[in-house]
Write a protein that binds this ligand. Structure first.
Ligand code: HEC
Length: 158
């Protein structure tokens, strides 16, 4: 037997073995696909298994999500002075309830007494007599309270 013939026999044998292995792999994949892993397991049992094998904790790697977890109510878009005045301050200043200044003359007098808008804003931030600090909404920033004062003055024409 010359070496040439020897090689040919080897290649044929090798190809046959390779083909057989490929066919064997393919048939196993086909069989596995036709088997339903959940067959015969009722839904309640399935759920028990899922519950028992569920991870006990999750790892948060997203920094933005972590910030959200730590400070859920932190982010709120700043409100305009007119918005704050309508949503928070109007409860009293719209009607003059509890003696809250409403009319132009009343506002003008207080503005002069407080030394301008900044003084009024300071007073509104701190609260005064029947008026709670920041009109009762602690989430308002100093800037929001000040622009609300400006909006109230503008609405009264003072
Ligand atoms: C619960 C009712 C109430 C709410 C809500 C309220 N106020 Fe007042 N406010 C008053 C009363 C009452 C006064 C008068 C206090 C006094 O002089 O005895 C007053 C007075 C003021 C004054 C004049 C302070 C001064 O030094 O004379 C400003 C400015 C003011 N409020 C701004 C605001 C702003 C801005 C808001 C909304 C963020 C607001 N208020 C919400 C009741 C309220």
């Amino acid at each position: 037997m010359d070496t040439h013939k020897h090689d040919k026999v080897f290649y044929i044998t090798f190809s046959v073995v390779l083909g057989f292995l490929l066919a064997f792999t393919g048939s196993i994949m086909l069989i596995a696909n036709t088997l339903d892993a959940n067959e015969g397991v009722d839904a309640a049992a399935r759920k028990r298994i899922d519950d028992r094998t569920a991870p006990v904790a999750t790892v948060v790697t997203d920094a933005a999500a972590l910030v959200k977890v730590a400070a859920p109510a932190a982010a709120r878009a700043p409100m305009s002075g007119a918005d704050v005045a309508a949503k928070v301050c109007a409860a009293c200043h719209g009607s003059g309830a509890l003696g809250a200044p409403k009319e132009k003359a009343d506002w003008a007098k207080r503005k002069a007494a407080a030394g301008g808008v900044d003084g009024l804003a300071k007073s509104a931030i701190a609260g005064k007599n029947a008026m709670p600090p920041r009109g009762g909404d602690a989430s308002l920033s100093d800037a929001e309270v000040k622009s609300a004062v400006e909006a109230l003055l503008k609405q009264a024409g003072a």
